[in-house]
Ligand binder design. Structure first.
Ligand code: PEP
Ligand code: MN
Length: 350
């Protein structure tokens, strides 16, 4: 149940309403607009008398929630949520500008990271990606540099001004990753790791939540709900391809998920064409399709020498190929009435 108040409802009336609701076993979540207040009821609302709530002084309307997710739903907040990237210029994800995060799959060493960061910034990336803690299918594969990788990401941000997004796999690492990174990535394999979702819900850092390999759209939204229910509403959803019977690509990019999510939720939606494709030659066409379908941004793997990459070299673009993709992406953004992260290109830092 979502309760929308009249403009200027007195605080005391609002407090009494919340007390009434909470006495009946539901948690309340208050969101303030310019003049109205929206109260979301979380939990079992069966003991609530909707008529009594509708007649409450200062209540304008009561909207029943028909979806299992509430805080993430469009009904709860009609306006798009703008998620700050954390850079000095106040760039946001979910606004008019298409945001592109780019960088290596794994942070391998300081030199390759800085070289990539400078390269992608030059071509218009607004954010640097790079994994320090890597979820690898094989225990014998490179597992990432861990905390040392986080320090290198922080150094790359200091050198380039690009905010940094990196994966956190373990609830015990949330604090240290949040100390070094501007955005915490929850990877596809952890979309339903509820202990991790709870922990990233407690920090004041935006979260990039990737869709699980076999996660449905509703399950993705409910995973976002887990984070939001803990108090962190800065969640960005990422479609990164799902497992299907197709073997020509690493995963199958679910393009329809983009307009479905944009209709269902106020949260920003981005696409990872690299993990969807698994092949560098398919990354640009999938990126074009994603932006044409209404995605708010992209996260793309870029390596200065993909042949030498310690992980995901096959799907990594060279810096030059990334530049070509960014140039070709511009008309797709324009067709959706949006601009590409062109600000980063003109603003030369260090
Ligand atoms: C990654 O971004 O490198 C990654 C491991 O992504 P995903 O969780 O989507 O597989
Ligand atoms: Mn990768």
């Amino acid at each position: 149940m979502i309760i929308i108040t009249e403009a200027g409802i007195p605080q005391s009336t609002l407090d009494e309403l919340r007390e009434h609701l909470e006495e009946r076993g539901v948690r309340t979540h208050v969101s303030r607009g310019t003049d109205r207040v929206v109260v979301g009821c979380i939990g079992d609302t069966s003991a609530l008398d909707a008529g009594a709530v509708r007649r409450w002084p200062g209540v304008e309307s009561v909207v029943p929630v028909r979806t299992p997710y509430r805080l993430a739903s469009r009904g709860f907040r009609a306006a798009p949520t703008l998620v700050p990237l954390g850079d000095a210029s106040g760039t946001v994800l979910g606004g008019e500008r298409v945001i592109v995060a780019a960088g290596p799959c794994s942070v391998e060493n300081a030199d390759m990271l800085i070289e990539t960061a400078r390269g992608v910034r030059e071509h218009g990336a607004a954010m640097l990606r790079g994994g320090a803690f890597k979820p690898r299918t094989s225990p014998w594969a490179f597992q990432g540099l861990g905390v040392q990788g986080l320090a290198l990401l922080a150094d790359a941000r200091a050198a380039t001004g690009l905010p940094v997004v990196t994966e956190v796999m373990d609830p015990r690492h949330v604090e240290i990753v949040a100390e070094h990174a501007d955005m915490l990535q929850v990877g596809a394999r952890n979309m339903q790791n509820y202990a991790l979702l709870a922990e990233v819900g407690r920090v004041r850092r935006p979260v990039l939540l990737k869709r699980g390999l076999s996660g449905t759209i509703v399950e993705l939204l409910l995973a976002a709900e887990h984070i939001m229910a803990r108090g962190n509403e800065m969640v960005v959803l990422c479609e990164r391809g799902i497992r299907t019977y197709e073997t020509a690509t690493r995963n199958t990019l679910d393009i329809a998920a983009i307009p479905v999510l944009k209709r269902e939720t106020h949260l920003p939606v981005i696409v990872d064409p690299s993990h969807a494709a698994g092949r560098a030659d398919l990354v640009a066409p999938l990126a074009f399709a994603a932006i044409a379908a209404g995605a708010d941004g992209l996260i793309v793997e870029v390596h200065p020498r993909p042949g030498e990459a310690l992980s995901d070299g096959d799907q990594s673009l060279t810096i030059e190929a990334f530049g070509e993709m960014m140039r070709a992406l511009e008309p797709f953004a324009a067709a959706r009435g949006r601009t590409l992260s062109a600000g980063a290109r003109s603003a030369k830092v260090a």
